[in-house]
Design a protein around this ligand. Structure first.
Ligand code: R5P
Length: 291
């Protein structure tokens, strides 16, 4: 049985449809003071395998609290076989301490989810692999890149664009897609030309007169992508499209990316947004089938 949290209802129903599974209905509302009410509307047999689908992006605390309420209600129903599918797992950006006595919020989140009864966690392109080590339960970090590759194949039938990572950290994403599509990939590298001068350029291949797709896991403020577009334009790329997995897109990130000259901006639907056109429902349902 699939339970869709309110941040991921549409995605959960797509997954349920693909698996021919029942989508369990929940009722949520907010009281006038802002507190949340939750009720699981369907009967769930105790031995049922339950998959909660809920991304915990903005508003992170509310979305997480909803997961806790679902978990606690399931415990009251003596349902224990629970997998949390959190396509975008919030609080994944502080998985270690950068300064003394900071809260490692990814660890606190892990402790809470486990103590509330999550037996298995599935997420998509976690910000850092080291998040997995914060959990004592199995964690599957699945990749949306094959789904993105399929999208690119359909959208660019006549040409093979260059897949470009805006920094070395995203190189594996560009490589994964380029390998599936049999196209070129590269990343932007900072090169120190002199003690005073740093230049950022493509590491190995020229993008001149070529279509380029910038690929990243997360776009938050858009700063990384705006910088990359500027560099690619200077290097005379024919056009620059942008694709990411998790469209966090804070404030005016979309405007900034458009103003920088992006031909298009697309993302998966791990988070809801105007650009979330690539569905990860197959990514998730294929993974569930493989379990
Ligand atoms: C960095 O590790 C990530 O892959 C993204 O490049 C980063 O989170 C993007 O952030 P922003 O959009 O704020 O530049």
């Amino acid at each position: 049985m699939i339970i869709g949290g309110s941040a991921s209802q549409a995605l959960a129903s797509e997954v349920a449809l693909m698996l021919n599974d029942k989508l369990c209905s929940i009722e949520t509302k907010k009281f006038p003071d802002g507190e949340r009410y939750l009720r699981i509307r369907d009967e769930i047999p105790q031995d049922e395998e339950v998959y909660i689908v809920q991304s915990t992006g903005y508003p992170q605390d509310e979305n997480l609290m909803e997961v806790f309420f679902i978990l606690d209600t399931l415990q009251d129903m003596n349902v224990t076989n629970i997998t949390l599918i959190s396509p975008y797992l919030g609080y994944s950006r502080q998985e270690r301490r950068f300064k003394d006595v900071e809260c490692i919020s990814a660890k606190a989140t892990a402790k809470l989810l486990q103590s509330m009864g999550v037996k298995h966690l599935v997420s998509i392109n976690l910000h850092e692999d080291s998040i997995i080590e914060l959990y004592d339960i199995p964690v599957d970090n699945i990749s949306a890149m094959p789904t993105i590759a399929q999208y690119i194949k359909e959208e660019y039938p006549d040409e093979k664009p260059v897949l470009l990572a805006p920094d070395k950290g995203a190189l594996n994403f560009a490589k994964e897609i380029a390998t599936i599509l049999d196209t070129d990939y590269d990343y932007l590298e900072k090169v120190r030309l002199s003690p005073e001068k740093v230049e950022t350029k493509t590491k190995n291949i020229s993008v001149e007169n070529r279509s380029v797709i910038i690929i990243d896991d997360i776009i938050s403020t858009g700063g990384t992508i705006v910088n990359a577009i500027g560099i690619l334009k200077k290097q005379n790329a024919k056009l620059v499209d942008v694709i990411c997995v998790h469209p966090v897109l804070v404030n005016d990130a979309v405007l900034k990316i458009n103003a920088a000259g992006a031909n298009s901006l697309k993302s998966t639907n791990t988070l809801k947004s105007d650009v979330s056109v690539i569905s990860v429902a197959t990514t998730i349902s294929d993974h569930i089938k493989s379990l």
